[in-house]
Write a protein that binds this ligand. Structure first.
Ligand code: IMP
Length: 203
Protein backbone atom coordinates (compact mmCIF):
# COMPACT_ATOMS: atom_id res chain seq x y z
CA UNK A 1 0.00 0.00 0.00
CA UNK A 2 1.34 3.51 -0.83
CA UNK A 3 2.20 5.89 2.03
CA UNK A 4 -0.39 8.41 3.21
CA UNK A 5 0.18 12.08 2.39
CA UNK A 6 -1.83 14.61 4.41
CA UNK A 7 -2.44 17.57 2.13
CA UNK A 8 -1.77 20.45 4.51
CA UNK A 9 0.86 22.95 5.61
CA UNK A 10 -1.13 23.75 8.78
CA UNK A 11 0.94 22.23 11.61
CA UNK A 12 -2.01 22.18 14.06
CA UNK A 13 -4.23 20.30 11.62
CA UNK A 14 -1.37 17.95 10.72
CA UNK A 15 -0.82 17.18 14.41
CA UNK A 16 -4.52 16.43 14.97
CA UNK A 17 -4.77 14.24 11.88
CA UNK A 18 -1.55 12.37 12.70
CA UNK A 19 -2.96 11.67 16.18
CA UNK A 20 -5.79 9.68 14.57
CA UNK A 21 -3.50 7.90 12.12
CA UNK A 22 -0.79 7.02 14.65
CA UNK A 23 -1.76 3.34 14.94
CA UNK A 24 -1.88 2.67 11.23
CA UNK A 25 0.65 0.40 9.60
CA UNK A 26 1.49 2.89 6.85
CA UNK A 27 3.91 5.83 6.74
CA UNK A 28 2.23 9.24 7.26
CA UNK A 29 3.69 12.36 5.69
CA UNK A 30 2.51 15.95 5.22
CA UNK A 31 3.17 18.46 2.45
CA UNK A 32 5.84 20.02 4.70
CA UNK A 33 7.52 16.63 5.29
CA UNK A 34 8.04 16.10 1.55
CA UNK A 35 8.93 19.74 0.81
CA UNK A 36 5.84 20.38 -1.31
CA UNK A 37 5.37 24.16 -1.23
CA UNK A 38 3.00 24.92 -4.11
CA UNK A 39 -0.19 26.72 -3.13
CA UNK A 40 -3.33 24.66 -3.73
CA UNK A 41 -6.18 26.87 -4.94
CA UNK A 42 -9.24 26.00 -2.84
CA UNK A 43 -11.99 27.44 -5.02
CA UNK A 44 -14.74 24.95 -4.19
CA UNK A 45 -18.12 26.09 -2.85
CA UNK A 46 -18.39 23.30 -0.28
CA UNK A 47 -16.12 21.65 2.29
CA UNK A 48 -16.37 18.43 0.25
CA UNK A 49 -15.20 20.11 -2.97
CA UNK A 50 -12.24 21.78 -1.27
CA UNK A 51 -11.18 18.64 0.61
CA UNK A 52 -11.22 16.67 -2.66
CA UNK A 53 -9.20 19.36 -4.47
CA UNK A 54 -6.43 19.05 -1.84
CA UNK A 55 -6.53 15.24 -1.58
CA UNK A 56 -6.30 14.91 -5.39
CA UNK A 57 -3.08 16.94 -5.38
CA UNK A 58 -1.58 14.56 -2.82
CA UNK A 59 -2.78 11.52 -4.81
CA UNK A 60 -1.25 12.92 -7.99
CA UNK A 61 2.14 12.72 -6.21
CA UNK A 62 1.74 8.93 -5.84
CA UNK A 63 0.36 8.77 -2.29
CA UNK A 64 -2.96 7.95 -0.69
CA UNK A 65 -4.02 11.58 -0.36
CA UNK A 66 -5.91 12.69 2.71
CA UNK A 67 -7.16 16.24 3.24
CA UNK A 68 -9.29 18.02 5.78
CA UNK A 69 -11.36 21.02 4.77
CA UNK A 70 -12.99 22.58 7.75
CA UNK A 71 -14.55 25.70 9.12
CA UNK A 72 -16.95 27.38 11.48
CA UNK A 73 -20.63 27.85 10.54
CA UNK A 74 -22.47 30.40 12.70
CA UNK A 75 -26.27 30.19 12.65
CA UNK A 76 -26.85 33.95 13.19
CA UNK A 77 -24.52 34.65 10.22
CA UNK A 78 -26.44 32.16 8.02
CA UNK A 79 -23.58 29.66 8.00
CA UNK A 80 -20.70 32.12 7.61
CA UNK A 81 -17.72 32.07 7.61
CA UNK A 82 -18.06 28.43 6.39
CA UNK A 83 -15.60 27.58 3.62
CA UNK A 84 -14.15 31.10 3.99
CA UNK A 85 -13.17 30.55 7.66
CA UNK A 86 -9.40 30.74 7.12
CA UNK A 87 -9.54 34.10 5.32
CA UNK A 88 -12.66 35.61 6.88
CA UNK A 89 -10.90 38.92 7.65
CA UNK A 90 -9.03 38.91 4.32
CA UNK A 91 -5.64 37.80 3.02
CA UNK A 92 -3.24 36.74 4.37
CA UNK A 93 -4.94 34.34 6.76
CA UNK A 94 -4.83 35.78 10.31
CA UNK A 95 -6.53 33.96 13.20
CA UNK A 96 -6.54 37.02 15.48
CA UNK A 97 -8.18 39.25 12.87
CA UNK A 98 -10.72 36.52 12.03
CA UNK A 99 -11.68 36.25 15.71
CA UNK A 100 -11.91 40.05 16.05
CA UNK A 101 -14.23 40.19 13.04
CA UNK A 102 -16.45 37.44 14.41
CA UNK A 103 -16.63 39.08 17.86
CA UNK A 104 -17.57 42.36 16.25
CA UNK A 105 -20.32 40.88 14.07
CA UNK A 106 -21.76 39.02 17.08
CA UNK A 107 -21.37 41.75 19.72
CA UNK A 108 -25.08 42.56 20.09
CA UNK A 109 -26.38 39.03 19.61
CA UNK A 110 -28.27 37.41 22.52
CA UNK A 111 -27.01 34.21 24.14
CA UNK A 112 -29.67 31.92 22.66
CA UNK A 113 -28.83 33.08 19.11
CA UNK A 114 -25.09 32.40 19.38
CA UNK A 115 -25.22 28.76 18.24
CA UNK A 116 -22.63 27.48 15.76
CA UNK A 117 -20.97 24.33 14.51
CA UNK A 118 -17.53 23.34 13.41
CA UNK A 119 -17.49 21.16 10.29
CA UNK A 120 -14.68 18.94 9.03
CA UNK A 121 -14.73 16.98 5.81
CA UNK A 122 -11.96 14.45 5.31
CA UNK A 123 -11.38 13.45 1.70
CA UNK A 124 -9.38 10.44 0.63
CA UNK A 125 -8.10 9.93 -2.92
CA UNK A 126 -5.95 7.03 -4.08
CA UNK A 127 -3.33 7.25 -6.84
CA UNK A 128 -5.65 5.15 -9.06
CA UNK A 129 -8.48 7.66 -8.64
CA UNK A 130 -10.78 6.15 -5.99
CA UNK A 131 -12.37 8.87 -3.85
CA UNK A 132 -14.53 9.23 -0.76
CA UNK A 133 -15.39 11.88 1.84
CA UNK A 134 -16.46 11.73 5.49
CA UNK A 135 -18.04 14.63 7.41
CA UNK A 136 -17.92 15.36 11.13
CA UNK A 137 -19.65 18.17 13.00
CA UNK A 138 -19.42 19.59 16.53
CA UNK A 139 -22.08 21.90 18.00
CA UNK A 140 -21.28 24.81 20.30
CA UNK A 141 -21.82 28.53 20.92
CA UNK A 142 -19.79 31.65 20.14
CA UNK A 143 -18.31 33.36 23.19
CA UNK A 144 -18.48 37.14 23.77
CA UNK A 145 -14.73 37.25 24.39
CA UNK A 146 -11.77 34.89 23.99
CA UNK A 147 -11.17 32.17 26.58
CA UNK A 148 -8.13 29.84 26.66
CA UNK A 149 -4.69 29.81 25.08
CA UNK A 150 -4.48 26.46 23.27
CA UNK A 151 -5.38 25.32 19.78
CA UNK A 152 -5.69 27.54 16.72
CA UNK A 153 -8.19 29.41 14.57
CA UNK A 154 -11.52 30.10 16.29
CA UNK A 155 -10.79 27.77 19.25
CA UNK A 156 -10.85 30.58 21.90
CA UNK A 157 -14.35 31.65 20.78
CA UNK A 158 -15.97 28.22 20.43
CA UNK A 159 -17.60 26.97 23.63
CA UNK A 160 -18.34 23.25 23.81
CA UNK A 161 -21.24 23.38 26.25
CA UNK A 162 -21.11 19.75 27.45
CA UNK A 163 -17.68 20.40 29.06
CA UNK A 164 -18.19 24.16 29.61
CA UNK A 165 -14.83 24.68 27.94
CA UNK A 166 -13.77 26.45 24.77
CA UNK A 167 -11.68 24.37 22.38
CA UNK A 168 -8.74 26.60 23.42
CA UNK A 169 -9.18 25.47 27.06
CA UNK A 170 -9.08 21.77 26.18
CA UNK A 171 -5.95 19.65 26.10
CA UNK A 172 -5.25 17.68 22.93
CA UNK A 173 -6.97 14.52 24.18
CA UNK A 174 -10.14 16.38 25.17
CA UNK A 175 -10.38 18.19 21.84
CA UNK A 176 -9.58 15.00 19.95
CA UNK A 177 -12.40 13.15 21.70
CA UNK A 178 -15.19 15.59 20.72
CA UNK A 179 -14.07 17.73 17.79
CA UNK A 180 -15.54 17.87 14.29
CA UNK A 181 -12.20 16.52 12.97
CA UNK A 182 -12.31 13.62 15.43
CA UNK A 183 -15.83 12.71 14.32
CA UNK A 184 -14.90 12.88 10.64
CA UNK A 185 -11.75 10.81 11.30
CA UNK A 186 -13.72 8.10 13.11
CA UNK A 187 -15.96 7.69 10.06
CA UNK A 188 -12.92 7.89 7.80
CA UNK A 189 -11.13 5.11 9.71
CA UNK A 190 -13.94 2.59 9.33
CA UNK A 191 -14.55 3.52 5.68
CA UNK A 192 -10.81 3.27 4.97
CA UNK A 193 -10.46 -0.22 6.44
CA UNK A 194 -13.68 -1.40 4.77
CA UNK A 195 -12.58 -0.19 1.33
CA UNK A 196 -8.92 -1.17 1.56
CA UNK A 197 -9.45 -4.29 3.65
CA UNK A 198 -6.57 -3.39 5.96
CA UNK A 199 -5.87 -2.41 9.55
CA UNK A 200 -7.91 0.64 10.53
CA UNK A 201 -5.77 3.81 10.72
CA UNK A 202 -7.54 4.60 14.02
CA UNK A 203 -7.82 1.76 16.46
P1 IMP B 1 -8.92 25.21 5.67
O1 IMP B 1 -7.48 25.01 6.02
O2 IMP B 1 -9.13 25.85 4.34
O3 IMP B 1 -9.71 23.95 5.86
O4 IMP B 1 -9.48 26.29 6.70
C1 IMP B 1 -9.81 25.91 7.98
C2 IMP B 1 -10.08 27.16 8.82
O5 IMP B 1 -11.24 26.89 9.62
C3 IMP B 1 -8.95 27.40 9.82
O6 IMP B 1 -8.01 28.33 9.34
C4 IMP B 1 -9.69 27.94 11.03
O7 IMP B 1 -9.94 29.30 10.87
C5 IMP B 1 -11.01 27.20 10.97
N1 IMP B 1 -10.95 25.91 11.72
C6 IMP B 1 -11.05 24.66 11.22
N2 IMP B 1 -10.93 23.74 12.20
C7 IMP B 1 -10.71 24.43 13.34
C8 IMP B 1 -10.48 24.03 14.67
O8 IMP B 1 -10.41 22.83 15.04
N3 IMP B 1 -10.33 25.03 15.54
C9 IMP B 1 -10.38 26.36 15.21
N4 IMP B 1 -10.57 26.79 13.97
C10 IMP B 1 -10.74 25.82 13.02
Amino acid sequence: MPDILIATHNSHKAMELKFFLKDSNVEIKTFSDIGYNDEVVEDGKTFEENALIKARVAASLGYIGIADDSGLCVDYLKGEPGVYSARYAGEPCDDEKNNDKLLDLMKDVDDEKRTAKFVSVIACVTPDGKEFCCRGECLGVIMKSRRGNGGFGYDPLFLYRELNKTFAEMNAEEKNSVSHRARAMQKFASEFSRRFNCQSPHS
